[in-house]
Write a protein that binds this ligand. Structure first.
Ligand SMILES: Cc1cc2nc3c(=O)[nH]c(=O)nc-3n(C[C@H](O)[C@H](O)[C@H](O)COP(=O)(O)OP(=O)(O)OC[C@H]3O[C@@H](n4cnc5c(N)ncnc54)[C@H](O)[C@@H]3O)c2cc1C
Length: 494
């Protein structure tokens, strides 16, 4: 007797956990290609998400390709053409230039609206959504993925050919796939408050740095003429451990910094301060395996330097869709098949994120805070007089340029020259009269003594920071050597 194995029943080809920009973006691309998709979202649209609401030109280009830029609401979204950088007494306002291949300047779009547009586009393309439902677990075997779900009234399972984790910075699927939650060193903490009745300029985002908020940035992003998103993002693990509570740092900044006070004016908070962790890229973590892939922040796809995550959520959704459509057509979902997506992610982001991770790791050591802030001061001075230099800084923060623009040789030389001039002036006066320098408290002399004291008090933390920095530098160099041919190397150095 011939035994015929029954064909497995599938509820869909692809089950996506999470309906943010990554999940709904992927659902849009797959459904548009005729793939049967179910996207499972624990919230109910329209829903809020803690974010700075800054949508970069690259993200806007992705939205335009999905037809979302045609919507009237999109056209009304607040456009940003300038970035203000503020550091204690130094400030600069930089006009953003727009690369020709990108159709729009950055915009500030509250996530309640943005995510709803992408969700509606995906549903319009034919993706099915289960809202108010959580993915709690999954099991993979050679025939498919069994996904465990929980909604208000019931627990149930669905069977798919493959499953995708698009469930953000606290991803359940990533934790299960990697067998551990993200390390503290791979996390930033973000807080956001909405303010109403603030002052202009409407087209300028402001970014603030100060001693207690460092290593981290604070921002004011105008949502329109009267409303703003105000927040802070800071690395979770510093050396020595930061004594300040991040919410108090933000409140002290709002209450005391004259520049943000001027912008807030008579404005008042419209909502309570809300926080969310940001999980950054760890190249050791897989982003795909047999019958599973991770997209967006579940895969750590966020630039730790600029905080841009929306553009990588949308980009990774498109990259994953290309591989998954191919897998569905061939009905083959092996680790090797899905490696095509993993390789694309590595090619596109690994060097840029390795460099950004290094630039975030270095100031993690608060012992050198005054030195890092001085470097920023000198960068702001340089940006005031040099348009091309200012453009690079603004472009990195706006998410228009990859961070490796910042290691452009001429950029580094200009930064060092400017920094050297300031430090050189201090050094000269210290050398001429060291005792007087100490008594009168020359900045450099004070900094050197503070650093020596702290190195003495925390040798273990400082050694661990140094070895982390060396590992990150080695990974940047390894990427450079592995991924760049002579021509691209020439581009970076030019
Ligand atoms: C304070 C702060 C400020 C930021 N500012 C910016 C900014 O200005 N610009 C920018 O580009 N990026 C910013 N980011 C980063 C950005 O918010 C994220 O990178 C982006 O939201 C990632 O999109 P995503 O779709 O991968 O994940 P998310 O947007 O987090 O979406 C994940 C979705 O999955 C759902 N979900 C979670 N778990 C489950 C589950 N188990 N089952 C079903 N559904 C689930 C959630 O409800 C959510 O809707 C900021 C982040 C923070 C915290």
């Amino acid at each position: 007797m011939i035994r015929i194995k029954p064909l497995p029943h599938y509820d869909c080809d692809v089950l996506i956990a999470g309906g943010g920009p990554a999940g709904s973006g992927l659902a849009f691309h797959l459904a548009s290609a005729g793939v049967k998709v179910i996207a499972v979202e624990s919230g109910i649209f329209p829903r809020d998400k803690v974010c700075g609401d800054g949508v970069s030109p690259i993200a806007l280009a992705e939205l335009a390709n999905m037809g979302i830029a045609e919507a009237a609401q999109f056209k009304q979204a607040n456009e940003i053409t300038r970035v203000g950088l503020f550091l204690e007494n130094d400030k600069v306002s930089i006009k953003l230039s727009k690369p020709e291949h990108l159709p729009y300047h950055a915009r500030i779009i509250p996530r309640r609206e943005l995510d709803n547009w992408i969700y509606e586009a995906a549903a319009g393309a034919g993706a099915e959504f289960l809202l108010g439902t959580r993915v709690t677990d999954y099991a993979i075997n050679s025939e498919g993925a069994l996904v465990y779900l929980r909604s208000k009234n019931r627990e149930f399972t669905l069977r798919a050919r493959m499953v995708v984790g698009a469930d953000g910075g606290r991803s359940t699927l990533a934790r299960r796939m990697h067998g551990a939650k993200p390390q503290e060193s791979d996390q930033l903490l973000g807080l956001r408050a909405y303010y109403k009745n603030v002052n202009g300029p409407t087209d300028q985002v402001d970014i603030y740095f100060n001693d207690s908020g460092f290593p981290g940035i604070m921002w004011l992003f105008p949502k329109g003429p009267h409303d703003a998103n105000i927040g802070i993002a800071m690395v979770a693990k510093t050396f020595p451990k930061k004594p300040e509570h991040i919410k108090e740092v933000l409140l002290a900044h709002i209450n005391n910094n004259p520049d943000i006070k001027r912008r807030i004016g008579d404005g008042i908070a419209d909502d309570k301060i809300r926080g969310w962790p940001i999980t950054i890229y760890n190249p050791d973590n897989r982003v795909s395996d047999e019958r599973i892939a991770l997209v967006g922040e579940a895969a750590g796809l966020i630039n730790p330097l600029s905080g841009d995550g929306i553009q990588y959520a949308l980009l990774s959704a498109r990259w994953a869709a290309t591989t998954i459509v191919d897998c569905v057509q061939r009905n083959s979902f092996t680790r090797q098949d899905l490696d095509a997506y993993a390789h694309k992610v590595k090619r596109e982001v690994s060097y840029d994120f390795a460099l950004s991770n290094l630039l975030v790791h270095v100031p993690r050591n608060k012992t050198f805070n005054r030195v890092w802030l001085r470097v920023l001061t000198s960068m702001i001075s340089q940006a005031r007089d040099d348009g091309a230099y200012a453009d690079t800084i603004a472009g990195v923060f706006e998410g228009t340029y990859p961070s490796y623009k910042a290691v452009n040789l001429s950029f580094i030389l200009k930064s060092l020259t400017q920094f050297g001039l300031g430090a050189g002036r201090d050094l000269a006066s210290t050398m001429q009269n060291p005792q007087q320098a100490l008594l009168s408290g020359t900045e450099l002399a004070k900094d050197v003594f503070t650093i020596l004291e702290e190195l003495k008090d925390n040798p273990r933390d400082n050694i661990s920071w140094l070895s982390g920095g060396l590992t990150q530098s080695a990974s940047v160099l390894a990427h450079l050597v592995k991924t760049l041919d002579a021509r691209s190397l020439k581009n970076i150095l030019s």
